[in-house]
Design a protein around this ligand. Sequence first.
Ligand code: 6PG
Length: 258
Amino acid sequence: MPLSNLRIVADSRELAHIAVEEYLRKSRDAVNKHGRFRVALSGGSTPTSLYQLLADPAWPYVSEVPWSWTDFFWTDERHVPPDHPDSNFRMANEAMLIPARVPAENIHRIKTENGNTTEVARDYENTLRKVFSLTKDQFPRFDVILLGMGIEGHTASIFPGSPVLKEKRRLAAATYVEKLKTNRITLTIPVLNNADLILFLVSGPEKSDILRTVLEHAPNPNQYPAQAIKPLHGELLWLVDRAAASELRPPEQALKTA
Ligand code: 6PG
């Protein structure tokens, strides 16, 4: 992993602030360049403090975010109702979208009220095509895609051994996660790797082992899907705190082998 793609910060609090700075940098670039900022929000717990910080009136960020020019999508969703405690939409909605009074037309959630996971994924795909004005074979190019990583190396809802790892055509896919006994909907790897900036947010000692494996061991994306994330023409930044980075080789050692 070239060192320039890895930034180690003190703790989860600093991680949220640095993530906000990256988010603001890219949102300003995007709006200046093409008048819109399109972001795919990750689920899980790590990004919650980033979302809260962006919308918190106690911090200066809220007035710098181009809320009205932003299209909010999700990297993945659990196939639960949008008001379910496990819903990634509900987490971001409560942490950020409601407090920032984001207009409903800017929010493109994965519509999980339909009981058929495949139909939900197809509907989400149609929304992506419409909002990005895509032709049949085009992939959306997000300005920012936020990603987390599970302790076994999954990212978005792409888990080890998942058939989604081989999906080259679809924009979104339905997937059954054996480990969690749940259905999920996820953006596919071609979409993730088409982003302008992919920002991994990894925090906590429980991620130290998998982070070392993903960043320092030989590529094995079928076992560690996070290793499949390599932007074709954009930036990749791993933003990790010291606790998650505790098992990584010191920079001087990494330089010798880079
Ligand atoms: C989800 C996420 C998932 C998440 C990782 C890390 O739906 O759960 O999209 O990929 O990013 O599981 O989750 P934590 O941030 O809670 O460790």
